[in-house]
Design a protein around this ligand. Sequence first.
Ligand SMILES: [Zn+2]
Ligand SMILES: [Zn+2]
Length: 177
Amino acid sequence: MKINVSEIRRSHGLSQKLRLEDWGSVAELELTAPLEVDLKLTHVGSRILVEGTLQTRVRLACSRCAGDYDEPLEVRVEEQFLPHDSPELPQGEEFEVEQLCIFTYENDLIEIDEVIRQNLVASLPCRPLCAEACKGLCSQCGANLNEMACKCEVEPRIDPRWGALAELHDRAQSGTV
Ligand SMILES: [Zn+2]
Ligand SMILES: [Zn+2]
């Protein structure tokens, strides 16, 4: 979506709102609730600041039990746009805008899609959990322990030092010592 900022570009300090109840889809994310966009674009110096929040739910796979679940996302956005020909941008062949964490715009039109996509993706948890108390999968039979208790025995962990002592005890009992 392109946002025309020619109005606020007329004077410093002017701002405009971008409010949407349902943004639509975002590549690579499975949204399970409408994406609510509440952003304010402000003309500050040579830049356009984009601030506000994004709210939705996204379908993720739990890192413990591998089950799908919905993660609520509420993301705080703070980004900046510079005109594509701004002298503030570094010049040169090697230069890539993405590395600056700054966006550029042309002809008074701001492309907001990438801002929204990047902010949502960056807010995803590194280790998604369907619930804080998720029991995960049994390491032996693979059963989902949230759904059932499997019959696998928890292996008794014998301290090897006690193991040696127990062996001595057994030999003493059988008269081989
Ligand atoms: Zn889980
Ligand atoms: Zn099991």
